[in-house]
Write a protein that binds this ligand. Sequence first.
Ligand SMILES: [Zn+2]
Length: 363
Amino acid sequence: MNIYEVQLRQESPVLVSGIAADSRYLKHSTSYIEGYTLRGALLTYISRELKKDVKEEALKPTIIFHPAYPTFRKEVSRPAHPLLLCCKVCREDKIFPSIDSIEKIRDFDINELFKVTCRRGHLYTVSNMKGELVVKIDKTYYKLSQYLQSLDSTAINKYVKSSEIGMLFGYLTLLPVHEEDGQLKQNIFIGKIVDTENKLENLLEEEDFEIKIGRGKSKGFGKFNVHIKLLENYVEKRTKIIENVLQKTNNIIMLRSLSLSFGLEINNHGIFTNLKLDLDAKPHYVLKDKNYLLTGIKTISGFSLKVAHGGIPKPRISGAAPGSLFFYEINTDKANYLAEKELKGFGPLSYGGLNILEVVTDV
Ligand SMILES: [Zn+2]
């Protein structure tokens, strides 16, 4: 099994969207790059540009694409989990965790989430981060802002070369830059590719290449420069980190979802989704019979099978939104198992970057 880090440097505005207010207005709707989006774009590149056959991978997937999150000061951001709170009045250190350290998870009390004062004592100014993108650098949390810009475009008639009446379209795109300390920096997204049968080295010819993501490719939208790097001894290194967390927390883990997370249940009435992860561990309840704290419920549906070689089926799927936390009790000797689950996913459709979660190593 080869594990790669994939770096995506955004070169033009991008529009990835399934949601449209009406058919004439398309809005970019995600703050990170979904695994299935990357999967579709990469397999399209291999098939169209490198002229290699990807049918086998499309039908029987063996390569897992994790979601790719944007960087801020060279750190990869993460969706804020529900234990992170934000004070609207504080100027510095606005974002703070509701427990002081990861050691305190075992005794975590749900009432911690209803704090009415921040650490400086401001009253009724505290709110939840609801999955917004954050990075932690030297004990301080920073929120990542992304710029969206509205662009208009008319459909041009191929034959008479004039605009089509009534065919004005609006696009809300993600610009390729963000702000860091008062300067504009190019957006870079970082994720992982888990190549379970080591097929990628034969499919790709170079470590650097260009792919297109999302809509409006003819308008120049969605250009990304890709760089792929093999990660050496990744599982061993990650196992040590998880062991260390389990020792600190006395065998409790918090898993943070980086993608939609859910379980599937099939019975006589149809296919249903639930909030049970595929993990051999004892749920640790934080609220009555719930072992999770959600940032929200998200629903996805309607993948284009024609474009995305991903081969993901079409039913509507609901699950925990990115940033949601799941709590379990598990022995330290299972650290290696957890490191493998992080790579291979905690439920169905992980080849398309769904059910990807990671052990939280620090609040
Ligand atoms: Zn405050």
